[in-house]
Design a protein around this ligand. Structure first.
Ligand SMILES: NC(=O)c1ccc[n+]([C@@H]2O[C@H](COP(=O)([O-])OP(=O)(O)OC[C@H]3O[C@@H](n4cnc5c(N)ncnc54)[C@H](OP(=O)(O)O)[C@@H]3O)[C@@H](O)[C@H]2O)c1
Length: 282
């Protein structure tokens, strides 16, 4: 019998690619998104149900889970993929900006997991895959708030993996490096322009340098990083015995290697030379 995956944030990027990969492999797919009326692809595929789910709206979550069970009987794999990033020096992010990001990136993951885990406990099997980021393992200039949200989900994932292993449920994370997905890298970054002149100028210098470094790191083989790699890693995590934390991407591999070659402070000393422009780091 086919297995069933429910994916959040399936309107674009990794979520949409993962939905297609699972479908190609013969899975039932519940592709959830905030605005399903905009979908032009997934709804036309066999064994795919496209439905509305906003990870900050618990009613939409229970409706989507109910629909999944009605359509396919249960949910075997949950992919918590919905999320967003943004660049700002810490003081440029308002309390409202930070809470909104946490509502999606952190509480959103918890909301959906809370709705799906009772099904998995009942069947004594299942897999929850949280799409975090390499920013869940390290940080960089202008992403302190985003990195803190993804660090939170990395901790959540590891703790939940202990909680649920005895019940037959695996909990894992996929940590992508930088990938050119539809909207993730085209954020308007309005926050970078807020605050006093010193902050705005400082933020612009940090951000433009980081963009250059990130692009170089993400295309180390000479090619632009392919988001399909992340969708494939998600599928691998759902179907194989992978570790709990799963970095993906050539930049991610380079960072992991750097982290393993010395102490955490050794890493920070080395990484700082790369990500801080020379004039501000001295
Ligand atoms: N691309 C990268 O370089 C990168 C690197 C590391 C980690 N990530 C992570 O990968 C995940 C997917 O991002 P992506 O790169 O594929 O970007 P993307 O194309 O912008 O996809 C993000 C998805 O999240 C959805 N979303 C945002 N807020 C939501 C909410 N409240 N409820 C439900 N869905 C919501 C978006 O839906 P709408 O269409 O409704 O906006 C969209 O479908 C995110 O968690 C992101 O943090 C991305």
């Amino acid at each position: 019998m086919s297995r069933t995956v429910l994916i959040t944030g399936a309107s674009s990027g990794f979520g949409q690619l993962a939905a297609k990969r699972f479908q190609r492999e013969g899975w039932n797919v519940v592709a959830t998104m905030r605005s399903p009326e905009k979908d032009q692809e997934l709804g036309n595929l066999n064994n795919v149900v496209v439905t509305q789910l906003d990870v900050t709206d618990t009613e939409s979550i229970s409706d989507a889970v109910r629909l999944a069970v009605e359509a396919f009987g249960t949910i075997d794999v949950l992919v918590n993929n919905a999320g967003y990033g943004g660049h700002a020096v810490f003081e440029q992010a308002t309390d409202a900006d930070i809470r909104a990001m946490y509502d999606t990136n952190v509480f959103g993951v918890m909301n959906v997991a809370r709705a799906v885990l009772p099904l998995m406990r009942k069947q004594k099997s299942g897999c929850v895959i949280n799409v975090t980021s390499m920013a869940g393992l390290i940080a960089a200039p202008t992403i302190s708030v985003y990195a803190s949200s993804k660090h939170a989900v990395e901790g959540l994932t590891e703790g939940m993996a202990y909680d649920y292993k005895p019940l037959g449920i695996r909990v894992k994370s996929v940590l992508p490096g930088a990938y050119p997905t539809t909207r993730f890298n085209s954020n308007t970054n309005d926050e970078l322009r807020s605050g006093d002149d010193q902050l705005v100028e400082h933020a612009e210098v940090l951000h433009s340098h980081l963009q250059e470094v990130a692009e170089q790191m993400a295309s180390q083989g000479g090619d632009v990083a392919d988001p399909q790699e992340v969708a494939d890693k998600i599928f691998e995590c759902a179907t194989s015995d992978t570790p709990i934390h799963n970095p993906v991407g050539s930049d991610a591999e380079m960072i992991v290697e750097m982290l393993q070659s010395g102490t955490r402070q050794d890493f920070i000393n080395q990484f700082e030379q790369m990500v801080l422009p020379k004039s501000t780091g001295e």
